[in-house]
Design a binder for this molecule. Structure first.
Ligand code: AMP
Ligand code: ZN
Length: 114
């Protein structure tokens, strides 16, 4: 299958990997749209959130908890971050292998106005 994220997961294509375990890989987006832009990707080829099945429940739960861990490790949690799943062409999805965009790193911790 000619899928770039499967190739990255199989180490057939290079990527700047920030996290990896048996089921999940996370790497820097090559065209970042935030100071920190990471893609968190299940190694299993699932085309999109719309293709998730009940059997993927643990995998998608792990994906979210690992994203939380990465956000903390990259010091994104203090200032806050965005998580985005694009789903389908109309939803802005260009690569048909499920991935969660982790976006953050804007500015310093917001000061309390009072
Ligand atoms: P989406 O539009 O949600 O499908 O997002 C796909 C993302 O993958 C885009 O933000 C691209 O910049 C990113 N991307 C495409 N090819 C690569 C690659 N080889 N390594 C890292 N990120 C990539
Ligand atoms: Zn794939």
């Amino acid at each position: 299958m000619d899928c770039i994220f499967c190739k990255i997961a199989n180490k057939e294509e290079r990527a700047d990997i920030v996290y990896e375990d048996r089921k999940i890989i996370a790497f820097k987006d090559i065209y970042p749209v935030a100071p920190t832009h990471i893609l968190v990707v299940p190694k299993k080829h699932i085309p999109s959130v719309d293709h998730l099945e009940p059997g993927d429940k643990n995998l998608i739960g792990d994906l979210l908890l690992i994203t939380q861990k990465i956000a903390r490790q990259l010091s994104l949690a203090k200032t806050g971050y965005k998580l985005v799943f694009n789903v389908g062409r109309g939803g802005g999805q260009k690569i048909d292998h499920l991935h969660l965009h982790l976006l953050g790193g804007w500015g310093k911790k917001l000061k309390n106005k009072n």
